[in-house]
Design a protein around this ligand. Structure first.
Ligand code: F6P
Length: 353
């Protein structure tokens, strides 16, 4: 029984009173969609929705049946309330227009309905990530309306479907976690004002890409791996779940650093993760919890988007570690990490032709 404890509805109504009161209603609809998705994902193989569709999404990735169903769940739960000017998602090439019969509002909802969905068939935690922006002009939203730097997000959050379902949310005043009480159907505030611990020694990166990384990331990871015997003088632990939501959740709970950096695997992509519905909401949540989120060369939340499905390098988590990786990028870009070469022996010098 949770009588007297703060429910998500109470929390968002209190937190959005005034300028963003309509957004409170939108967040309650998002939470309803999350409960539907939690029910679906929780059934596992019994849902009959395991496996892939014959289609690919705009990224060229094979869509899972659950990707399509969870996308529908969010559209249906959120389209009717009159708070939105439009929605966009990983699973849709172009923004979704609010059907004619429903009123329009000033908010934009952009989401990844089932992040890490390749994990759903193997019963590993997956999640939903969402971001809420505001539109300056009236009418139906177009793709250009979503192209706002993450610093302009009004709210951001994710749901994690793990042993328990949690919704982690920020409306710009801290990062707060709610756990789904399956008996009452309520999200209960269980993790108020989450803080990313500063002092942790845990990194997360897909090391199978090591040969494609840039030198600053290779340097950082090599130093972590060298542990006590290296320059860091301490042993590090490593994790890779291949589910960003689960990775960020662990970092919010116990610290660490998560990296999906720029690499040369596919030169047309500056990173793997999507700016608007993966990197930006996670960056806001992590910053609101006292952590940092960077591309390696600047704050993620300041990147000016150019396309709806744009990708970006992501380095986020405990502030000290993120700042160290940024410093290594700076050292590399300015050449200070390169071994000293005397001008006498440099490529064009007195002793070379
Ligand atoms: O869509 C992105 C995602 O599934 C993330 O959730 C996860 O961090 C990453 O891709 C996993 O990438 P990889 O397949 O390289 O391990």
């Amino acid at each position: 029984m949770h009588i007297g404890r703060t429910t998500l509805s109470k929390f968002v109504i209190e937190q959005t009173r005034g300028a963003h009161s309509e957004m409170g209603a939108l967040l309650i609809d998002v939470a309803a969609a999350v409960k539907t998705i939690s029910g679906l994902v929780g059934k596992g193989a019994l849902s009959g929705f395991s496996g892939s569709m014959d289609s690919t999404n705009v990224q060229g990735e094979v869509q899972k049946k659950l990707d399509v169903l969870t996308n529908e769940a969010i559209l249906r739960h959120c389209e009717w309330g009159g708070q939105l000017a439009g929605m966009a998602s990983e699973e849709m090439d172009a923004p979704y227009a609010i059907p004619a019969q429903y009123p329009r509002g000033r908010y934009l909802l952009i989401f990844d309905p089932l992040d890490g969905s390749s994990n759903s068939d193997v019963n590993v935690s997956v999640g939903t990530i969402f971001s809420i922006l505001q539109r300056s002009t009236a009418g139906d939203a177009e793709a250009a309306d979503f192209l706002q730097p993450g610093a302009q997000q009004i709210a951001a959050g994710y749901a994690i479907y793990g042993p328990s379902t949690m919704l982690v949310l920020t409306v710009g005043s801290g990062t707060h976690g709610f756990t789904l009480d399956r008996e009452s159907g309520n999200f209960i505030l269980t993790h108020a004002d989450i803080r990313v611990p500063e002092a942790t020694r845990e990194f997360a990166i897909n090391t199978s890409n090591a040969r494609f990384w840039e030198p600053p990331v290779q340097r950082y990871v090599a130093e972590c791996q060298a542990g006590k015997t290296g320059v860091r003088g301490e042993d590090f632990n490593m994790r890779w779940i291949a589910s960003m939501v689960a990775e960020v959740h662990r970092i919010l709970m116990r610290g660490g650093i998560f990296m999906y950096p720029k690499d040369s695997k596919d030169p047309s992509r500056p990173g793997r993760l999507r700016l608007l519905y993966e990197a930006n909401p996670m960056a806001m949540l992590v910053e609101q919890a006292g952590g940092a989120a960077s591309t390696g060369r600047g704050r993620i939340l300041e990147v000016v988007p150019e396309a709806l499905h744009q990708r970006v390098p992501v380095i986020l988590g405990s502030r000290e570690e993120v700042e160290r990786v940024e410093r290594y990028h700076h050292d590399h870009d300015t050449g200070v990490d390169r071994p000293y070469v005397s001008p006498l022996f440099a490529e064009r010098s007195l002793f070379r032709d």
